[in-house]
Ligand binder design. Structure first.
Ligand code: SIN
Length: 284
């Protein structure tokens, strides 16, 4: 089915698409919004160039997609409890935020469907975001492997990055973003290792090295064998799209069928992004 109200330019693979012909600073008519949501479900990652939005406009667009998600462990922007500022100063040495493959907040019972990122200040080099297509990664598996994985539950937790003993708690270098480490991060949540997208009906692998800590019914060692192999498969160049930012670009990705990785490579330069999430459903 084509689009009547927006222009959609997909990547050759079909994973990721640019959307033009819109001004996101004012509310979109229902038919247009419906097409934006359809393109997002179809392509996994969609971006809208040249959208100079203030924080209120970013919040309004987010809520048009759906209710805000809950963002734990990071102090939000003053007077904007649903907006995170991903800011890295030129002199920061700490690893850039998001530098590991993950699907946002997958340790929650109902993880966010969408994450929306708006580029305020883009460094002259680096700062790309990589996206992995977890639906195509699933499609590419053999029938035997699909059979083995179907019905398994993976265990997700924020323990590795956000617990009191986690990566951020042990960090020595200064970081501008305020990360709130907590014992809450040790909680675990099981989700199907293969989830079905509520709109497209496509299956996708739903595990990540940042938030998946094991597989139900398997030993730690067995889990790591299987998960390690899956991560290698899911992040093969075939399934990965490298997204290069421009100032004022808004990008929205679907956490139900993608992983992402903030690539860094801009030491000595400022990068500032504003991020919101849209609530999702329990993975099935
Ligand atoms: C993230 O949300 O994980 C960060 C993405 C980015 O800054 O490119």
């Amino acid at each position: 089915m084509g689009y009547r109200h927006i222009e959609v330019t997909p990547n050759d693979t079909g994973f990721g698409a640019g959307i033009t012909g819109l001004d996101l600073s004012t509310p979109l008519p229902p038919e247009t919004l419906g097409e934006v949501k359809r393109a997002w479900a179809e392509h996994g990652v969609v971006w809208f160039p040249r959208q100079p939005l203030n924080l209120e406009q970013l919040e309004t667009f987010t809520q048009a997609i759906g209710p805000f998600g809950h963002d734990p462990f990071i102090k939000p922007m003053k007077e904007h409890p649903h907006v995170l500022e991903l800011r890295r100063e030129p002199d920061e040495k700490a690893t850039n935020f998001g530098a590991g493959w993950h699907s946002d907040w997958s340790f929650q019972e109902t993880p966010p469907a969408a994450t929306i990122l708006h580029a305020e200040i883009v460094p002259p080099v680096g700062g790309d975001t990589l996206y992995a297509d977890c639906a195509r990664a699933w499609d590419a598996l053999s029938g035997t492997m699909k059979e083995l994985l179907s019905g398994l539950n993976a265990i997700h937790s924020a323990v590795l990055p956000y617990s009191k003993k986690g990566v951020y708690a042990q960090e020595k270098e200064k970081r501008t973003m305020e990360i709130i480490t907590s014992d809450e991060a040790e909680k675990t949540q099981a989700h199907p290792l293969v989830r079905t997208h509520p709109v497209t009906g496509r299956k996708a692998l739903y595990v990540s090295p940042v938030y998946t800590i094991g597989i139900e019914g398997m030993s730690g060692e067995e889990s790591q064998w299987l998960l390690g192999g899956l991560y290698k498969h899911m992040t093969k160049p075939d399934f990965v799209y490298r997204h290069t930012w421009q100032k004022d670009m808004l990008t929205m990705w679907d956490n139900r069928c993608t992983l992402h990785f903030a690539d860094g490579g801009y030491d000595g330069h400022l990068r500032v992004m504003h991020r919101t999430t849209v609530a999702g459903e329990k993975p099935v």
